[in-house]
Design a protein around this ligand. Structure first.
Ligand SMILES: [Zn+2]
Length: 187
């Protein structure tokens, strides 16, 4: 019911004002940013970046994980290749977020024993666990380290590494603290 009402409102109130923009986008898209973030419902990429249709090319999955190339994760791999090689985006943002359920699971792997598929997915970031110094790392430390690890995975894609080397592409790591409305840029 909620969605049907929303669609109706979009159709009758918002779309008429944006119709020209959508007509223009019929010719094609030229987004400057590939935005990789978690599937978490509390993140709205367009809202936090104040961008419009046509501006963000988006990959979302639990934990904003970028598996290394050649590991069979074709959905992520193909989308990265399309963004970098075909659309020639200028920036990739990997955006983790506070209170991430996927990273909570990663830090407590035993809690995922009854959910083997989810466990098999989040352990793609298992290296995060080795990198965290403390015996009992905080969730936010895990979230930040996970973003850093995904940037490294991203740089293993040849097209990404080449575009970064030739300064045609920049990679940014963000942590979105949704409860504070803050975006933290990582080094
Ligand atoms: Zn999350």
């Amino acid at each position: 019911m909620r969605l049907a009402t929303g669609i109706e409102k979009f159709k009758t109130e918002l779309f008429p004002a944006m119709e020209g923009k959508f007509k223009e986008l019929e010719k094609g898209q030229a987004p400057e940013t590939l935005f990789i973030t978690c599937s978490d419902s509390r993140i709205d990429p367009s809202l936090i970046t104040q961008t419009h249709p046509g501006e963000l090319f988006v990959i979302r999955n639990a934990g904003n994980i970028v598996p290394k190339p050649g590991t069979g994760e074709l959905s992520v791999e193909a989308t990265i290749l399309y963004a970098v090689e075909v659309l020639k985006v200028k920036r990739v943002v990997i955006c983790g977020h506070s209170h991430c359920g996927a990273i909570t699971g990663l830090l407590n792997l035993d809690s995922l024993d009854a959910m083997p598929v989810i466990k098999a997915w989040v352990v793609k970031s298992a290296e995060v666990l080795e990198r965290l110094d403390s015996e009992e790392p905080t969730l936010i430390d895990g979230i930040k380290e996970n973003v850093r690890l995904q940037i490294e995975h991203l740089l293993e894609y040849t097209c990404v590494a080449e575009a970064v080397a030739s300064k045609e592409l920049e990679i940014e790591g963000w942590v979105y603290h949704f409860e504070k409305g803050q975006i933290e840029l990582l080094d």
